[in-house]
Design a protein around this ligand. Structure first.
Ligand code: CMC
Length: 391
């Protein structure tokens, strides 16, 4: 029989049971495996959070050391992958490159696809945790014509990522605690968000048993869009445009409200949060701290605050419960850390990696059926074929 109800955008359709992330959009609560996001951002590091999301418990020291070691042993990429990267124009968007490289990785690691044993599944997980930061760093380095290096296994996960992105030939790499802490916190805040567009994509692609890396490649493509992860890049571009236009925030508020104008206030609104986005609250505070600690005066932060102030008092936004989301302030921190604008969504992808993995693993362990939504057909009923001369 046919279906009688549809739910475009799955606004009110549950696709699975999940024990990973709890989210209450009315109250602005976000918890990973029961732990409040505020507490994790403050007290845990990204690798501990990754372990927590994927395996369900905070790791003890021994478990964390093993996870770290296993990831490090996998943090190399087949040298032939460099040839694939080489084929892209320098101007290629890093998200397209990252998604392609992630998909190409299957060819070099065919054993990652069959995950029927616990061991095979674990191996696929530590492989991608090790290799995705390398691919992300290479993507950025290629744009800058810098040599493609590998990580430094004496460093922690996040510091290693930073070094892979920013090390320069003939220049000693200097650790900066403020920078690493800020990056760590941003990655934690992005690490999971239940059944959002990219995560649902990872689960649905994975449900065909296409394998972890292919599923993640699809998730990266989904995240790329400006209505999802791409919003962090779009926010900074919007703030820059407002600045170049004389800083007239009121004008852009009016544009966002105008239904004949396609412009939306990027970084505003959320499908689930209807009072505030708890991540935005933490990131706003962090942005001020990081800019202060690094001694950076970014006029774009003032424009962002100005926009938020006007919007939060404006009837249009109040009535529709539109508040700044995670992407509204994250770009300001990325900029302060010297991360190029086109790389912002890649940083989001690196943060979301453990969440995608956890959701994919849960889907496989629960032996969920292949994802296959239904439709209501609204096209022509039966017609007889017309030869080309009759058309
Ligand atoms: N600026 C102006 N109007 C907006 C905005 C906005 N940013 N967001 C929603 N609206 C209006 C929308 O026009 C609609 O108005 P009306 O009821 O008069 O037609 C109403 O608010 C409801 O919007 P919707 O598009 O039906 O809501 P949704 O749940 O489908 O979309 C959203 C959620 C996040 C895609 C949307 O708010 C948006 O496009 N925001 C800007 C992009 C953005 O910041 N995305 C990042 C989301 S958070 C992190 C992530 O997912 O990566």
């Amino acid at each position: 029989g046919g279906v009688t109800t549809i739910d475009p955008g799955y606004k009110n359709t549950g696709s699975c049971e999940s024990a990973i992330t709890f989210l209450d959009g009315e109250k602005g609560i976000l918890r990973y495996r029961g732990y409040a996001i505020e507490e994790l951002a403050e007290k845990a590091n990204f690798l501990e959070v990754a372990y927590l999301l994927i395996f369900g418990e905070l790791p003890n020291a021994e478990q964390l050391a093993k996870f770290d070691k296993d990831i490090k042993e996998e943090s190399h990429v087949d040298e032939d992958m460099k040839k694939i990267l080489d084929g892209f124009p320098k101007s290629a968007h890093p998200m397209g490159v990252l998604s392609s490289l992630t998909s190409a990785l299957v060819a070099f690691n065919p054993s990652s696809v069959d995950v029927d044993s616990d061991e095979a599944m674990y191996n696929a997980i530590v492989k991608i945790m090790g290799k995705l930061p390398v691919l992300a760093a290479w993507t950025m380095r290629k744009r800058k014509s810098l040599p493609l290096d590998y990580g430094d296994n004496s460093l922690g996960y996040v510091e290693n990522l930073h070094k892979m992105m920013f090390s320069r030939p003939n220049k000693a790499y200097e650790t900066n605690k403020v920078v690493n802490d800020a990056l760590d916190k941003l990655l934690i805040l992005h690490a999971d968000h239940e059944q959002n567009c990219s995560t649902s994509t990872v689960r649905i692609v994975g449900s065909s048993h296409a394998g972890l890396f292919a599923s993640l490649s699809a998730g990266i493509s989904a995240l790329w869009g400006p209505l999802h992860g791409g919003a962090n890049q779009a926010v900074i571009e919007m703030l820059e445009a407002i600045k170049a236009d004389g800083g007239d925030t009121a004008k852009y508020i009016e544009k966002a409200k105008d239904k004949d104008d396609a412009f939306r206030l990027m970084g505003f609104g959320h499908r689930v949060y209807k009072n505030f986005d708890p991540r935005a609250k933490i990131i706003k505070k962090s942005a001020e701290e990081v800019l202060g600690d690094l001694g950076i005066d970014d006029p774009v932060l003032d424009i962002a605050k100005g926009l938020a102030k006007v919007a939060l008092e404006d009837d249009y936004f109040v009535k529709r419960k539109l508040y700044p989301n995670v992407d509204f302030y994250s770009g300001i921190i990325y900029r302060a850390l010297d991360i190029p604008t086109e790389m912002f969504t890649v940083m989001f992808a690196l943060g979301r990696l453990p969440g995608w993995i956890a959701q994919w693993r849960e889907m496989r362990l629960r032996k969920e059926p292949i994802g296959r939504p239904r439709q209501i057909y609204i096209g022509e009923t039966e017609r007889s074929f017309k030869s080309i001369a009759e058309r």
